[in-house]
Design a protein around this ligand. Structure first.
Ligand code: FAD
Length: 305
C-alpha cells in the first residue's frame, strides 16, 4: 500500500460507479495533433463523462482551442468542456468566444480567471472593460447560454491566496454565480484534498469537488511544475522515483501504479469522480483506468475505424 492507502486504511469500493473525465491541451503542430487524436481515440472507449480542452495562458490558444473542441465534438462525439479565461481581454472579446463555443455545440465551459501574460505570480489586474474575475465570468457565461459551468479549486490554496478562507469565499461566489462543479489543481497527498473538501463543506458549499489527477510522466519536471502551481511534493513520492531518471520503463510502471493507488484511495474515501490531466498522452491514463477496473465500451470512433 502507498502512504495514501495506508492512511485511509480502507479498501477500495467497486469501479462501477467511477466517473472520469480527461483534460487535453490544443496541439501546436501537425505531429502534436496526431498524438492528441491518437490519445482521444484510445481513451474514448473508456466512456468519459466529458473531456476538456485548455485555453492557453492569456488566451493565446483561442483559435486552436476552438478547433480542437470542435473536432472532438464532431468526430469523437464526446461531450467537450471548453476552457475559457478572462485575463487580458474585454468582455466583448470573451463573449465572442462564448458564442462561438455555443455555435459548435459546447454545453460545458471551464471558467477561469487565468494568469497575467507575465506568468504565475505576476499581479492580476482585470482588463479595462473586461470581466473582473472568475465569478463575473461565470455569470457572463450563464447569461449567454444554457451552459454547465465548471470552475477551479485549490486543495493547497492558490499560490496568490493568503489563506483558505479567501479561496473558499471566492469558490462560494463562483457557485452563487452558477458554477455546478469544481475541478481541483493536481495534488499528491490525499489527506490535503480531504481536509480541503471538509473546509468547503463546512462553509456550506456542496457542489462536487472533482480531484484533478496528474500521472507523472517525468518526476523532475512534475516536481518543478508542482512547486510553481503551489502543490506540495511529499518526500515519500520523491523516494518512489529516486534513481529512475534514466529508466523510462520503470518510471512509467511506477507512475501508473502510484496514480492508480491515489485514485483507489480517494475512491475508498468516498470520491466517485476524477479528472485526469492527460498531457495529451493516453498510455498512463489508460493503464490507470484499467487498474481501476474500467474496461472499454464500443464508441462512435471505434465503429468508424
Ligand atoms: P480564481 O479561482 O478566480 O482565483 C485564484 C486566486 O486569486 C484566489 O484563490 C485568490 O487568492 C485570488 N483572488 C481572485 N480574486 C480575488 C478577490 N476578489 N479578492 C481576493 N483574492 C482574489 N489557466 C489557463 O490559462 N488556461 C486553462 O485552460 C486553465 N485551466 C485550468 C483548469 C483547472 C482545473 C485549474 C485548477 C486551473 C487552470 N488554469 C488554467 C490555471 C488558472 O488560470 C490559474 O491558476 C489562475 O492563476 C487562476 O485562475 P482561477 O480561475 O483558478 O482563479
Amino acid at each position: 500500500m502507498t502512504p495514501n492507502a495506508e492512511r485511509s486504511g480502507r479498501r477500495s469500493r467497486s469501479a462501477d460507479k467511477l466517473k472520469i473525465s480527461f483534460e487535453f491541451f490544443p496541439p501546436k503542430s501537425p505531429k502534436m495533433e496526431a498524438m492528441l487524436w491518437e490519445s482521444v481515440q484510445r481513451l474514448a472507449p473508456l466512456a468519459p463523462e466529458f473531456v476538456s480542452v485548455t485555453y492557453g495562458a492569456g488566451g493565446s490558444t483561442r483559435e486552436r482551442t476552438h478547433a480542437t473542441v470542435e473536432r472532438i465534438i464532431k468526430e469523437a462525439g464526446i461531450p467537450t468542456a471548453a476552457h475559457l479565461t478572462c485575463v487580458g481581454a474585454t468582455k466583448e472579446e470573451v463573449n465572442d468566444v462564448i458564442r462561438s463555443y455555443r455555435e459548435i455545440g459546447v454545453k460545458q465551459i471551464v471558467a477561469l480567471r487565468g494568469d497575467p501574460v507575465d506568468g504565475v505570480g505576476a499581479k492580476y489586474e482585470a482588463h479595462e472593460g473586461g470581466y473582473s474575475g472568475s465569478p463575473a465570468l461565470v455569470s457572463g457565461i450563464k447569461e449567454l447560454g444554457e451552459f454547465d459551468v465548471f470552475v477551479s479549486a485549490y486543495p493547497e490554496k492558490h499560490p496568490e491566496s493568503s489563506d483558505f478562507a479567501t479561496d473558499i469565499e471566492l469558490l462560494r461566489q463562483k457557485v452563487d454565480a452558477g458554477a455546478t462543479k469544481a475541478i481541483t489543481q493536481f495534488f499528491f497527498d490525499n489527506d490535503l484534498y480531504e481536509a480541503f473538501v471538509e473546509r468547503v463543506r463546512r462553509a456550506g458549499i456542496f457542489i462536487p469537488i472533482v480531484p484533478g489527477i496528474m500521472p507523472i510522466h517525468n518526476f523532475t519536471q512534475a516536481a518543478g511544475f508542482a512547486t510553481r502551481a503551489g502543490a506540495s511534493v511529499p518526500q515519500w513520492l520523491a523516494n518512489r522515483f529516486e534513481g529512475l531518471e534514466n529508466d523510462a520503463d520503470t518510471h512509467r510502471l511506477v507512475s501508473a501504479a502510484m496514480a492508480a493507488e491515489q485514485v483507489e484511495d480517494l475512491h475508498a474515501r468516498g470520491v466517485d469522480e476524477f479528472h485526469f490531466y492527460t498531457l495529451n498522452r493516453a498510455n498512463l491514463v489508460y493503464a490507470i483506468c484499467h487498474l481501476l477496473g474500467m474496461r472499454p465500451v464500443k464508441t462512435a470512433t471505434a465503429d468508424a475505424e
